[in-house]
Design a protein around this ligand. Structure first.
Ligand code: HSE
Length: 338
C-alpha cells in the first residue's frame, strides 16, 4: 500500500482525485489531504474512511512517509512546496504548469508516452499536462503512428471548470442572474468577461507573439509528450459549458499520404481510452453531455478534407476535471507503482 498526499484537497481537481483513487481501488495506506488554512478540518471521504484536511506547510510532509504527493493547487503552490514533498521522499505528480516544460521533468499522458515516467528519478517530479493538451494528444498519437503528422490546427471550446470551482460557480451564478433579470450587473471575476450566454477567445495571459499562454501550452506540451516537432497552432476559447472541453482538430499529414477515414477510425477505436462516436446521419457525435463524468476521450466527425487528400478533420471531447486532470494523474500513479 502507498501513502498518498493530495495538495489542493478542497479544489475541483482535488475532490475528483479522491473519487478516481476510490473508483480505481488505488492501494492507499494513509491519505493526507492538504489545503490552505481556510479548508483545515474539513473532512474528506475516500475508500470508506474519513480524513481531515491539514494545512499545507513546509514541514507537513516530514515523518509522514508519503510515497505519492499529488499537487493541484496552482503553479505558485507547486513552485513553493513541491520540493518539500520530494525531500521527504515522495514522488510529486504535479497538475500545474509549473514544471511541465522543465527538460528534466517528464510530462506524461500514460496512453501516449508511458515510458517517460521512468525519468521521474531525476527530479522526483512527474508533470501532468494541460487538460486541452491531454485530450488532443490521445487523438493525435494513433494517427501520427499511422501516417506521420506535419501540422495540427486546433480550436478549443473549453469548459468553465478549467478555472476551477470559481469558474463553475461563476457560470451558475451568472445564469441565475440572467433568470432574475440581473445579468447586466452580474459579477465578472473568474474570466475576462461575462461567460453566461457568451464565448471568450481568451484563456490565460497574452504572450508577445499574439497567442495566449493556454494556446502556447498546446503547442509546446504536445511536442514534448509526443517527442515530435510538428507545427501546432491553437485558438483556445472559453464556452459556457460546465466541465468538458471540446476541440475541433485539423490534421495535415505528410505530403502524398492519402488518409482513409476508415483506417483513421480504426486506429482511434483501437487506442486505449478513446471512444469513437461518429454517425452524423443519426445525430451521433461527441458532446460535453456525453463525456462528462467519464474517463474516455471521445472522437467523431472524422472526415477527409474536401481539397487535400492528406488532411483530416475531427472533433474530440473529454471531461476536463477527469481525463484532463484527475484521471490522468491517477493513471500516472498506477504506472508509477507498477
Ligand atoms: N488551462 C485549462 C483551462 C485548465 O483553463 O481550461 C487545464 O488544467
Amino acid at each position: 500500500k502507498y501513502n498518498v498526499a493530495v495538495v489542493g484537497a478542497s479544489g475541483a481537481v482535488g475532490e475528483e482525485l479522491f473519487r478516481v483513487l476510490e473508483e480505481t481501488k488505488f492501494p492507499i495506506g494513509n491519505l493526507l489531504p492538504l489545503a490552505s488554512a481556510n479548508s483545515v478540518g474539513m473532512e474528506i471521504e475516500c475508500q470508506g474512511k474519513a480524513f481531515k484536511i491539514e494545512e499545507l506547510t513546509e514541514t507537513v510532509f516530514e515523518g509522514r512517509d508519503i510515497d505519492i504527493a499529488f499537487f493541484s493547487a496552482g503553479g505558485s503552490i507547486s513552485a513553493q512546496f513541491a520540493r518539500y514533498a520530494v525531500e521527504a521522499g515522495a514522488v510529486v505528480i504535479d497538475n500545474t504548469s509549473h514544471f511541465r516544460m522543465d527538460p528534466d521533468v517528464p510530462l506524461v499522458v500514460p496512453e501516449v508516452n508511458p515510458e517517460d515516467i521512468e525519468l521521474w528519478q531525476d527530479t522526483g517530479i512527474i508533470a501532468n499536462p494541460n487538460c486541452s493538451t491531454i485530450q488532443m494528444v490521445q487523438l493525435l498519437k494513433p494517427l501520427d503512428d499511422l501516417y506521420g503528422i506535419k501540422r495540427v490546427d486546433v480550436s478549443t471550446y473549453q469548459a468553465v471548470s478549467g478555472a476551477g470551482k470559481a469558474g463553475m460557480e461563476e457560470l451558475v451564478r451568472q445564469m441565475q442572474d440572467f433568470f432574475s433579470f440581473k445579468l447586466d450587473e452580474t459579477e465578472v471575476k473568474a474570466f475576462a468577461h461575462q461567460i453566461a450566454l457568451n464565448v471568450i477567445p481568451h484563456i490565460d495571459v497574452p504572450q508577445e507573439n499574439g497567442y495566449t499562454k493556454e494556446e502556447m501550452k498546446m503547442v509546446n506540451e504536445t511536442n514534448k509528450i509526443m517527442h515530435t516537432d510538428f507545427a501546432v497552432s491553437a485558438t483556445c476559447v472559453r464556452v459556457p459549458v460546465l466541465r468538458s472541453h471540446s476541440e475541433s482538430i485539423t490534421i495535415t499529414f505528410r505530403e502524398g499520404v492519402d488518409v482513409s477515414v476508415q483506417e483513421a477510425r480504426e486506429a482511434l477505436e483501437n487506442f486505449e481510452n478513446v471512444k469513437v462516436i461518429d454517425d452524423i446521419e443519426k445525430n451521433e457525435y461527441p458532446m460535453p453531455i456525453i463525456a462528462t463524468d467519464t474517463d474516455e476521450t471521445y472522437v467523431g466527425r472524422i472526415r477527409k478534407d474536401i481539397f487535400a487528400e492528406n488532411i483530416l478533420h475531427l472533433w474530440g471531447v473529454a471531461d476536463q476535471v477527469r481525463v484532463g486532470a484527475a484521471t490522468n494523474a491517477v493513471r500516472i500513479a498506477w504506472k508509477w507503482i507498477a
